[in-house]
Design a binder for this molecule. Structure first.
Ligand code: ZN
Length: 157
């Protein structure tokens, strides 16, 4: 496992549409391991492969209930709305935004061995999943936020 460097906006890789993973091999496992290491090292709750310069449809998340790995994730159902949580991004340090997100989502993805699974997420995990899946489509939170603002010095968590 290794910590990779996090790509910062406006690197063009963050604007690419990431490609679907078709090989569930050692390279993918190494990428997933490194992404988790990198996310935890940066105190993040989610990370998408384009953020480490790899334009593939892979995300990792941990909103406090353990590591979740998703390959080729998609939102297959959603309900409600939430907009009361300041959203940030490891690729855009120092900024936060008010972003409207679905309150609840149902996700379908593959695990590191290619097995398809579904899971439901609400509140922070739902927001995180939507944010990370946006990364796979070249979308950043600053594109869709109602309001973007600077984090005051010392407030960066
Ligand atoms: Zn992000």
């Amino acid at each position: 496992m290794a910590i990779r460097s996090i790509v910062k906006h406006p690197d063009p890789v963050l604007r690419e549409k990431a490609i679907t993973v078709t090989k569930f091999n050692a390279n993918l496992h190494k990428l997933l391991d490194d992404m988790a290491d990198t996310m935890y090292d940066a105190d993040g709750v989610g990370l998408a492969a384009p953020q480490v310069g790899i334009s593939k449809r892979v995300i990792v998340m941990d909103c406090g209930d353990g590591l979740i790995e998703m390959v080729n994730p998609e939102i297959i159902a959603h309900e409600g709305e939430q907009f009361d949580y300041p959203e940030g991004c490891l690729s855009i340090p120092g900024l936060r935004g008010d972003v409207r997100r679905h309150k609840w989502v149902k996700l379908r993805a593959q695990d590191r061995d290619g097995n398809v699974f579904e899971m439901e997420a609400d509140d922070l995990l739902s927001r995180c999943a939507q944010h990370e899946i946006d990364h796979l489509n070249g979308v950043l939170f600053i594109d869709i936020a109602d309001r973007v603002y600077q984090v005051k010095p010392g407030e960066e968590e």
